[in-house]
Design a protein around this ligand. Sequence first.
Ligand SMILES: C[S@@+](CC[C@H](N)C(=O)[O-])C[C@H]1O[C@@H](n2cnc3c(N)ncnc32)[C@H](O)[C@@H]1O
Length: 387
Amino acid sequence: MKVHHHIRAFEQVLASYDGKLPLHRHLVVYFKQHKQMGSSDRRWASRYIYSYFRLGKALAQLGAIERLAIADFLCNTDLSLVTDHAFPAASAHIAKPIEEKVAFLKSQYPAFKLEDVFPFSAKLSDGINEQDFLYSLFVQPDLFIRVLETHLPTVKTKFEATGIAVKELSDTTLALPNGTKLEQIIDDTRLYQVQDFSSQKTGLYFKPQPYDYWWDCCAASGGKSLLIHSIEPKVKILASDVRETSLGNLQERFIAAGIKDFQKKTIDLLQNNDQILHHYEFDGILLDAPCSGAGTWGRTPEMLYFFEEYKIANYVKLQKAIAENVVKYLKPGKPLIYMTCSVFKQENEEVVNFLLEKLPLKLEAMELIKGYQDKADSMFVARLIKQ
Ligand SMILES: C[S@@+](CC[C@H](N)C(=O)[O-])C[C@H]1O[C@@H](n2cnc3c(N)ncnc32)[C@H](O)[C@@H]1O
């Protein structure tokens, strides 16, 4: 029977995954090694494994297939063979809104608790609506692109022409269904950058001036540098990261975006870098800190299952140490932009409070950008001015 084929494929993928690699990378390797799986098999196996992890540790006492049937019911509006087989009562409720689905689930499984999906609600930053945030974890976020204002109408029309449901969220932001094959629709990759909507919104706090010199000190492959450049193309940038490989990607992206006035350096901000940086003074620093990423777990639901709470404190140590190390290279009167893609108060407001106590900084503004309202990630941003 076909459902047993689905179940076996799911069980094999689940058994192969230990949470060490991001799930999407694991699946690429797994499917390469299992060439006998056709595209439909791969699609179903991906759907099942992603749905499964969205259930976090809820109903952990049940067997994997029953949990999968429940998870797949919560996360999708079309009935899967596994849900039909292992949770048939759910079929009449499959297309209902998530609030009603959860109520129905509780009527069938009184032990179900949303808190077991995400057991960290007490740690959420101020202003997050707990219920909305928890429900958003059952939904795959959209794909967002940042487009130059002048190109937006052309780009939007191209998506519309292929029948893709595209939403215009701002003069520069389009939302697309996840999995949209961008390169097949827009051949000129210079016309857009993939960047989450909340990440794009952090740019409202940068406020660069022409000819400013900014340091993107945890640059990875340059998402925030590209953003500041799109806001003020005359800004000069030093991009650094402890990982040399990500700076290679950054260079490619900068060149593709036509950015010439930049320098890149491999710098470990847990070390003393006075030898390399003693003569540097910046008009602004972007500190997009390493963090738990809890604001992005809608995209990486495996974290709901594998994340361990002690890691938050490790990230906090890293965030504080990095911030303490960079502020000395900031000119007085100029901003440190502290950002995380975390929803945990400890990594957000509490780090800001620590920085205000410990360093000559004054808080101008901070915000937890609630992505769950827009099928986006959630991010935190604070603008702190050096005294
Ligand atoms: C949240 S990511 C940055 C994302 C990037 N700004 C963007 O917009 O795509 C955090 C980065 O901090 C870097 N990082 C972690 N520890 C570091 C350290 N000790 N010194 C410098 N960078 C570090 C990581 O390599 C990672 O690329």
